[in-house]
Design a binder for this molecule. Structure first.
Ligand code: HEC
Ligand code: HEC
Length: 360
């Protein structure tokens, strides 16, 4: 059991590792108009030299997810800059090859990425499968589209009503468990909420990490201080704060557009694009029948295709007239966890100091 917790800490640490590691060097630098590259921030870079430094962590997770391997497949994890593993050298050749295919055959668009060939396998298969398949003449069947296109505003209004729209949540304390991808390891999580401010603390044995939205900016920190946050990660923490009580969805996005009907887990959903005041676009899927938000997808571009954040909202339960999803699944390339909410206490006192970064 102890071993498992340790493992989870390591896995989690690996996911945040890249940000944490770089934060010390960042502080020495002035924030100028010129943007730091991977070659400037990291020690032993031969191919990704000119790519924006903030993409490194995402690219590493895209590699791992595409090949279905851990960081240690290519790295000595005591020092990620060390060379010596054949796989790391091969990966460098593969990155160069992928860039060149895109450049020469796709006009520089990132049409091909590691996953196009690897598709979750170390060794891509060049031989076609011998399993009989259903051939289709064209594209697969599109889920049926409603005869009358729903208005985005009606979809949002139905959702807000379904989650108890007019009930006011000024403050709240939510207790939850964070379930790791092994399906067994569980860490306690406490979320404090007050007037739009949000602080979510997850405890990993002796370690802990807090995601904070203080009403104006996001932060992530643990016992050893602040972690570096990229702008897209900060935006995601902000969205967590805005959608903890989802009736506030109208304050998160300034514009909604209806796109099409689709199916998720066999149920019809209406897909909307929500655009924030700052221009971030996210795809929101609402259950056509219940009206509830079932999926939110955001993405950030990298030189090897989009890094996707997908959040699935399940098992909405009623807490004093407010409906909250009690099973929330987070998925990114190589990073997964599930939040299981066990209690929601509404309009209870919450101290202000939980919304401050310690030592700032
Ligand atoms: C398929 C192989 C592969 C996997 C898997 C992989 N990496 Fe890498 N990683 C590389 C390569 C190749 C480089 C060097 C890129 C270059 O030279 O341009 C690199 C560089 C790095 C660096 C920069 C080190 C430095 O200072 O020079 C870090 C940090 C890093 N990886 C972290 C990770 C983490 C964390 C994971 C797991 C989430 C991971 N990597 C998974 C291939 C991989
Ligand atoms: C055009 C197809 C294609 C693309 C794109 C591609 N690969 Fe590969 N990759 C292959 C093939 C084929 C092999 C050889 C498999 C074998 O040896 O069985 C391979 C092998 C590898 C290996 C060695 C695996 C081992 O078992 O030692 C690594 C590491 C690797 N690829 C990483 C990557 C990374 C990282 C990317 C994205 C930057 C990438 N590949 C993109 C086709 C591709």
């Amino acid at each position: 059991m102890k071993k498992k917790i340790k493992l989870a800490v390591i896995v989690c640490a690996a996911a945040v590792f890249v940000f944490a590691m770089a934060s010390s060097r960042q502080s020495a630098q002035t924030r100028g108009p010129q943007v730091e590259t991977i070659g400037q921030r990291f020690k032993n870079i031969k191919v990704l030299t000119d790519v924006l430094a903030d993409q490194l962590g995402k690219l590493m997770n895209i590699f791992s997810a595409s090949l279905n391997v851990n960081c240690s497949f290519c790295h000595y994890t005591d020092d990620f800059s060390k060379d010596g593993k054949e796989e790391k050298e091969m990966a460098r050749k593969m990155i160069a090859m992928t860039f060149s295919i895109n450049k020469e055959h796709f006009g520089g668009e990132t049409e091909i990425s590691c996953n196009t060939c690897h598709n979750g396998q170390m060794h891509p298969q060049s031989r076609p499968s011998l399993e009989p398949t259903q051939h289709s003449a064209g594209h697969g069947p599109r889920p049926g589209q409603p005869t009358a296109k729903p208005e985005a505003s009606a979809v949002i209004a139905k959702f807000v009503a379904a989650v108890g729209g007019d009930k006011k949540v000024e403050s709240a304390v939510v207790t939850a468990e964070r379930l790791e991808p092994d399906g067994k390891t569980v860490e306690p999580e406490t979320i404090n909420f007050k007037s739009g401010k949000y602080s979510a603390k997850v405890v990993y044995g002796k370690q802990w990490v807090t995601d904070l939205w203080d009403g104006a900016k996001a932060a992530k920190f643990g016992p050893d201080g602040s972690h570096r946050l990229h702008s897209d990660e900060a935006e995601q923490i902000r969205r967590e704060a805005q959608l903890l009580f989802p009736a506030a969805i109208g304050s998160a996005y300034s514009k909604f557009e209806y796109r099409f009907a689709d199916k998720i887990d066999g149920r019809q959903v209406y897909v909307l694009i929500g655009t924030t005041a700052d221009g971030f676009r996210e795809r929101l899927s609402f259950d056509a029948e219940s009206g509830l938000l079932v999926r939110r997808v955001a993405s950030t571009p990298t030189v090897l295709g989009s890094f996707v954040y997908q959040v699935d909202y399940r098992d909405y339960k009623n807490f004093d007239g407010v409906k909250v999803p009690t099973v929330v699944k987070y998925a990114m390339p190589n990073i997964y966890w599930t939040r299981k909410v066990s209690s929601v206490k509404l309009n209870v006192p919450v101290a202000d100091d939980v919304f401050a970064v310690p030592g700032s």
